[in-house]
Design a protein around this ligand. Structure first.
Ligand SMILES: [Zn+2]
Length: 259
């Protein structure tokens, strides 16, 4: 295989993909899904667009194996977070390459992953690699704001996804050793989640010209200050403990004790 050529091809696809604005909200992932579908079509890999709500497109492509094993699912998301345009030195939706880096909203999270996974299917197909399992490629909508029109919807409505024995998604990594071989596979089994509070303060009303300590705004400010001063207690969860105790022997002696 001509890897340089494949890298060029993937880079070009990523630039084009970044040029499709899929900022969520509103998402408009359908345009990204159509873009991916066109490429899968040109490679004769069957795929379908799933659109649970107008504009919220998901794409499922399937590379068939002989069915001896359960499918492998590769997942990525089409939507990206908003941009603060004046903080960017380049157009975030132009797919600019500068000094060897590709800049753009979604270049890391998560359009690059979508392109890499798509290229993996394309290469397997072009090289006619015999597969023991189906490979399911799922590009989802709505990852950045909760997944209702993306992964959640897909898991409820697309039965083949639940057949998958493994799923590869953003967040975990395959760490390579110096020789380039896989040293370990890092998996996610839990995440910090959003914890939102609504604070309500009661007090005596009055006029701003006559401040007094029973003002609800004053109480709110004190309460918020207390929140910022709160120190999270250390709590080593069992899986975290296991991770570090298994990692420790692999570390150089000087850092081992920290693990
Ligand atoms: Zn992401």
């Amino acid at each position: 295989m001509d890897w340089d050529k494949l890298v060029d091809e993937a880079t070009h696809y990523l630039q084009e993909y970044i040029r499709i604005n899929t900022v969520n909200p509103p998402g408009n992932e359908i345009e990204g899904a159509k873009f991916l579908k066109k490429i899968f079509d040109s490679e004769s890999i069957p795929s379908e667009i799933i659109e649970p709500l107008p504009g919220r497109g998901n794409l499922l492509a399937v590379l068939k194996g002989n069915g001896k094993k359960k499918p492998l699912l590769v997942v990525n998301h089409i939507d990206v977070v908003p941009v603060e345009r004046d903080r960017w030195s380049v157009d975030p939706f132009a797919g600019v390459i500068q000094n060897g880096y590709l800049y753009g909203r979604g270049a890391i999270d998560d359009k690059s992953m979508g392109i890499v996974e798509m290229m993996a299917l394309i290469i397997l197909k072009r090289e006619r690699v015999p597969l023991k399992r189906d490979i399911l490629f799922l590009a989802t909508a709505d990852e950045e704001t909760g997944g209702n029109w993306g992964i959640r919807w897909a898991l409820e409505h697309v039965p083949s996804l639940k057949e998958a024995e493994y799923a590869l998604n953003e967040g975990g990594y395959v760490i390579l050793s110096e020789s380039g071989a896989a040293d370990r596979y890092e998996i996610s089994i839990g995440q910090k989640i959003v914890f939102q509070l609504r604070l309500k303060a009661r007090g005596t009303s009055g006029h701003a010209s006559m401040p007094h300590p029973d003002n609800p705004n004053v109480k709110l400010i004190h309460a918020l200050e207390a929140v910022t001063k709160w120190e999270t207690p250390y709590q080593i969860l069992p899986m975290v403990k296991e991770y570090f105790s298994k990692m420790a022997p692999k570390q150089p002696p000087e850092v081992r004790k920290f693990f």
